[in-house]
Design a protein around this ligand. Sequence first.
Ligand code: NAD
Length: 701
Amino acid sequence: MPTTTSDVIEFDKRGAIGLITINNPPANALSFAVVKGALEALDACLGDDGIEAVVLTGAGRMFVAGADIREFSIPRPDDVPELNAVIDACEGSPKPVVAAINGIAFGGGLELAMGCHYRLISAAAQVGQPEVNLGIIPGGGGTQRLPRLAGIDAALEMCVYGKPIKADKAGELGIADEVVEGDIVERAIAFAGEVAGRPPRRTGEQTEKLAGLDKARLEEVREDIKKKQRGVVAPLVVVDMIEAAAAMPFEEGLKAEREAFVKLRDSDQSAAMRYMFFAEREAAKIPGIGKDVETRKIEKAAIVGSGTMGGGIAMNFANAGIPVTVLDVDRGALDAGLARVEETYGGSVSRGRMTEEQVTEKMGLIAGTTDYADLADADIVIEAAFEDMDLKKKIFATLDETCKPEAILASNTSSLDIDEIAAATNRPDKVVGMHFFSPANVMRLVENVRTAEASRESLATLMQLSKGLGKTGVMVGVGDGFVGNRMYHVAARIAEFLVEEGAMPWDVDEALYDWGFAMGPFAVNDLAGIDVRVAIREGQKSLYPGRREPVIVPKLYGMGRYGQKTGKGWYDYSEGRKGKPDPEVEALIIETSKELGIERRDFSRSDIIQAYLTALANTGAHVLGEGLAIRSSDIDVIWNYGYGFPRRRGGPMFHADLVGLDKVLAKAGELHEAYGDWVKPAELLKSYAAEGKKFNDFKAG
Ligand code: NAD
């Protein structure tokens, strides 16, 4: 019988071998209790003359999935040693310590294993240093020990990009001494018996794999990080630390790593990335819809409309292995739609992301039709026809008649009232929204729209389906533009006013791009189409009771400058997809300011960023107050996955919390004063600012 030394550590003596098992379900995270218990158990082994070697393992399916990040913001109790103390104690032990990596060993888990003198790994296990995903670096010696075991290149790959590797690879790289097919604990005990009495083989003392540091390679990795992860600090620090591993004595490298780790852990960037990590998991939880709610299996899908969105949505199903039938009005439209799908897949082949065989297989899952009878056995139909209420009502009435009674009918509308669409059917409990983003085969976000009568089963099925399609589904309520577009349109209008008053579109875009957005609003406008924006604005007139309308968009429209599709919009695209500032637009803007009697003034980058972010956060507060989003962090997930908001800054709501809601309110008041009631401060913002609360304190209901 194992002796339990604490709630989370089991200790067992197997002959001359001490067996320490971490048992802290579900992930065996290195909580304060685990660290304390593990060190006590190790000390007990060292003090016991009958023990010649030690095996360290995890209970259940995990070795150790990592540090307990929820404890990052809690001060460590005085009687709890640092994780590094345990790792150092393993490495410093005069008796051999063998890690039996029975399952996932991530972050602190792998670092703990690397502190041991030998590592055996189960064939199905994985190891990794994913800390960068949380805005930090390995802080338990990972950047110093991993290059010693696996070499500099492999350590860079694992620590900079955070991707885990499988057991076989860990064996090849030298991270593990042996890959074990059978019972790993039994094998580890036997192994410990073999190495007992030998001098410990300490990772920190190994230097062979550090030789021949390739500085040019380090530079290449740094450039890659700067290009692909603009403004993200942790991966760059990882490179510095791995360089330090080769350049410094082990102890000094550890010290440098520790200092860098603490600095990052306490930074806003890491706080934002940790917040986003939890935000994503939270978004999957819908109050009132627990695991008890049954979901429908989606084994066959259908799409109405094979245009830009319909084709992309169909690809998602095919990619997930679900057969999908696409319907369009006539053969011509359908063939054109399916040809575009094939062309998009072709692009993946030429980029080496897919093989011809895979494309054939995916295309084999996509059928085309012009006959509704072919949709009769679909489990879900997603409508992506033109944005027209009467048309959508007709389509839904037809679907209601032809599809099996249990089928879910979803609309991909961007702005129409889905409750009204649902009322055109006899199954309003099965009518919902699935708002995909363009390009639908690429963008991770889906706003799942909860209609007034939607059943819990329908909603639970939607959430499950989005996950099955590899998407991040966020539940939102019915309202113009749902959550993301509602906020975007307000902020984009503010940006247009800034342009009328003194900024140039490229100044606004550059300020926001440099702040971290994937694109500024004018570049986005050119991509989505100025004509589309004019149509949206037409439909939204009543939503913006203000003092004046921004006037440049209609002027560009009048000039036939529809954006990228016509080669000119806010920018000039004559030299490629990256538009350049256009003197014609500059003259038009200056002329417009004159007509409006506005004396143009300078806007600093910070003026621009503040105005834009305030418009977002204030509208987000309206959205929360109106019950269109369940929680503030859902809004941030939407902005991260749908609108290129930099993850390293959290989202617009997190950022507002960081700035302080009193300051956000003051700025929102200025916008209100300048532009009218459509940007008036939300009641929720006012009350939270007065009470010193954060948006993140908001709980729905
Ligand atoms: P699109 O014009 O590219 O495609 C619409 C398709 O629907 C066309 O192929 C058309 O032939 C077909 N169609 C029209 N009437 C039909 C009918 N009665 N029956 C069957 N098919 C019919 O439009 P899109 O950009 O793909 O947008 C489709 C829907 O998705 C709209 O509701 C739009 O608001 C929404 N949406 C678009 C985007 C976007 O960025 N384009 C993003 C999210 C949501």
